[in-house]
Design a binder for this molecule. Structure first.
Ligand code: AMP
Length: 497
């Protein structure tokens, strides 16, 4: 596809014509290339964004022309702005300050798989639209329908929703979708995984045929391609690299440590480094609960985030962590996915992740926005294969360090005859393991079980009010992703060969 805005200059489309009108020396990733309306440009400037991310630079010009888009991009790439900004720009022609609901029909619909994602996207849309008169709202399950109904009845131009709850509102005649011009299927692969296809099909059947459809998905599986074939019209395909790089502001350490010593090592590093808050990632739900309990017994204010916790407990755990009432949040990968908690001073990988890509996601929680972060990974005797996977992904050799316990043990303790991960290879190089005969390799653990909670769009209502952090103002710095290269704020991401 072409992403050069100049090539759109011949289009009859107003937005495309505006796009071509920028000074020749404007950097390729500058927002000023877009010719965004002043209220939107002001909102972007206020967010502190200095340049467009790759998905933004590629998608925004295309969406401004009204074409359908099939985008391969994950959370953290800046894709929310990539669809929200052009969509808001195109909707500005409908902007009005009338109090009549009829003057504010739903013009854009953004569908997401989970309440957390819906909430995060809705918050971003509100920020981008704050200097316009365009209204936005979010509806998702597990919450009282009434406040959502009141908001819908007042009229909103941009509606962010999870599919099930949206259908409830459609059935209750709270949402009328016959004037929708834009529909965004965000995290489409996850929506299909959860089994939302029939709901999506129903919702799409309520929309006008003449519309722009944008589909974003982490992968283009055959199912996603089928969905795109059925509902997208001659889409432009945009793919951006998976965010597999780690921010160079993150100080990464890998410690060779016995399973039994991991907790002690964690306590010691927290103490020595004066760490105030950290995420501790584990590979299993059971391990998560157990570890949180023992760290709590050790005197660290700890809470666990995993699938066996009730929704209320999870909301409380997150709120407490955000409020600084909890020092350590022990979490499984799936429980932590999609949660907008960033800028944590340190991340511990209590277990080496089963999937190397999860390492990048885990440590992406720290070292954001130019702040330095610490990522500590404990590597035990059976982790050789996982570390080798990690090295392949990071294109970098992992240097293992020993933990020097300062408490009761003599220095020679780590060579006490028990096997450590290094013992698996003659040279200590994890690749030795790969060269070993197949039957001598440690078995690869099964993939982490998916935590159903965050995959689920709605659950029985347990809270009637949004948790306190949802309304808390956020600093612009916390909105900058580790996967995003800004000019000054974030140092270059490393990609060593
Ligand atoms: P998303 O992938 O849309 O969830 O965005 C991830 C994070 O990146 C959000 O916190 C955004 O506020 C932030 N972000 C989006 N666009 C940019 C940009 N151009 N420069 C810096 N940060 C951005």
């Amino acid at each position: 596809m072409t992403t050069d805005p100049v090539s759109l200059a011949g289009s009859q489309d107003d937005a495309a014509r505006e796009l071509a009108a920028f000074p020749a020396d404007t950097p390729i990733d500058s927002f000023s290339r877009l010719g965004l309306a002043e209220p939107l440009a002001r909102a972007v400037a206020e967010m502190g964004y200095e340049s467009m991310t790759p998905i933004q630079a590629q998608a925004i010009p295309v969406v401004l022309t009204g074409r359908d888009v099939m985008g391969a991009a994950q959370t953290g790439t800046g894709k929310t702005a990539a669809f929200s900004l052009p969509l808001l720009q195109r909707l500005l022609k409908h902007e009005n300050t009338s109090t009549s609901p009829a003057r504010h029909p739903v013009r854009a619909l953004v569908l997401l798989p989970t309440r957390e994602l819906a909430d995060q996207v809705a918050q971003q849309v509100k920020l981008y639209a704050k200097y316009t008169s365009l209204r936005s709202a979010v509806v998702f399950g597990g919450m009282d329908m009434k406040p959502q109904t009141l908001e819908l009845k007042r009229g909103v131009e941009v509606l962010v929703a999870t599919p099930g709850r949206l259908l409830d509102h459609i059935e209750a005649k709270n949402a009328v979708l016959n004037q929708v011009e834009y529909v965004v299927l965000d995290e489409a692969d996850r929506m299909l995984d959860i089994g939302f296809l029939p709901d999506l099909q129903r919702i799409l059947s309520y929309l006008p045929k003449q519309r722009t459809t944008l589909l974003f998905s982490a992968t283009f599986s055959p199912e996603i391609k089928r969905l795109a074939n059925s509902y997208l019209n001659d889409p432009v395909t945009i793919e951006v690299a998976r965010p597999n790089e780690t921010a160079s502001t993150v100080e990464q350490h890998f410690y060779s440590v016995l399973d039994d010593d991991k907790r002690r090592a964690l306590r010691q590093i927290v103490r020595q480094r004066g760490i105030t808050q950290a995420f501790v990632f584990v590979n299993s739900k059971l391990g998560c609960a157990r570890l949180a309990r023992s760290l709590e017994r050790d005197g660290l204010r700890t809470t666990a985030l995993h699938g066996d916790k009730s929704q209320d407990e999870r909301l409380k755990a997150l709120a407490a962590f955000k409020a600084g009432e909890v020092d350590l949040l022990v979490a499984t990968d799936v429980a932590a996915r999609g949660l907008d908690i960033k800028d944590v001073p340190a991340v511990f990988n209590f277990d080496v992740p089963f999937n190397a890509e999860d390492y990048v996601h885990r440590i992406g929680r720290t070292g954001r926005a130019g702040a330095s972060g610490l990522a500590v990974t404990f590597v035990s005797a059976t982790d050789g294969r996982l570390v080798a996977d990690l090295e392949k992904l990071l294109k970098k050799k992992v240097e293992l360090e020993a933990v020097e316990f300062e408490e009761d043990r003599p220095r020679g303790r780590i060579n006490d005859g028990r096997r450590t991960w290094r013992d698996h290879g003659e040279t200590g190089d994890p690749r030795d393991l790969l060269d070993a005969p197949r039957d001598r390799r440690p078995p690869r653990p099964a993939p982490a079980p998916r935590d159903p909670f965050f995959e689920k769009p709605y659950e029985p209502p347990t809270v009637t009010e949004p948790p306190p952090w949802e309304s808390a103002a956020r600093s612009p710095a916390s909105r900058v992703s580790a996967n995003i290269k800004t000019k000054r704020k974030l140092p270059a991401l490393f990609r060593s060969s």
